[in-house]
Design a protein around this ligand. Sequence first.
Ligand code: AHG
Ligand code: MN
Ligand code: MN
Length: 320
Amino acid sequence: MDQGRGTSFMEFLAREQVGMSPGLSQVVSSIVAGCGLIHKQVNLAGLADVLGVTGATNVQGETVQKLDAISRDIIVRHCLTCDQIAAIATEEDEQMIPGSTTGTYLVTLDPLDGSSNIDVNVGVGTIFSVWLRPLKSRPVQETDFLQAGTEQLVAGYIIYGSSTMLVITLGKGVNGFTFDPGAGLFLLSHPNIRIPDKPKYFSVNEGNWSRWAIQIQTLVSQLKDRLSARYIGSLVADFHRNLLKGGIFLYPADTKSPGGKLRYLYEVATMSLLAERAGGRASTGSLPALQHRPTALHERVPFFVGNQDEVEQIERTFAS
Ligand code: AHG
Ligand code: MN
Ligand code: MN
């Protein structure tokens, strides 16, 4: 059975919309449309200096910006045209950005994940989640964003890699759509993604070894005995590989980042929902990651995600 392979994301969304509010699907469409434009910019990234060679402006007379700033502007602009979005919080903005006063949804975004890899042609991505605005009777406040991961309505990412892909969960499973640049469409290429039963890889920045607690060092030594190492340094790319091939990704706390490095609302919550819906597991070490409730917009947490057995083993280490 082809499971609808080749279906465009918009058709898929219309079909899924039966169980989804039309407003929510408008929100998702705006985010995905914005990512289509970021894809173009990422593809042109190597030319940024060439286009800006005459000074700080490109051929259109616009200031040459860093790709994370460009991506942030594109996606925020797109979201602000959607009257269903009440406010947006992004990794790039200290404070939330108010949207439509009548909007029903909140959006959290990492507009460009993997910024250290932009200049070297390695996979980067956009990470997003959609949440319900808790109260419509007053203007949105930052505290409205402080929800546990379990409250997410939609979670997904776009990976701008050797091809551009959208991986998303709209309520049930996880589906992957590959971008056809000619048609400008995301086409269903990976229906109902399930993390393989057998893990293949462990992914962690071993450069942090000397800054880890002994229990993390022991854990990573044991992983080395059983699994192969792969680490890119873009969460989207590391997560995507392990989701398709099986594995475990770790970003533990260390003496440089005592609370962990990855941001709960823009990175951890999203990947946790995708992992769990694909049959995997996600944890902060002390709690299933989806149960964590952040106390600040830019809060960071330790993060462990991948095959269930692997994450459970890490949880047991923390519990002992
Ligand atoms: P961002 O580029 O959005 O700031 O995120 C970078 C994050 C994440 O993508 C990745 O998993 C992690 O930083 C890599 O960190 P190290 O370079 O410390 O390994
Ligand atoms: Mn990031
Ligand atoms: Mn980022």
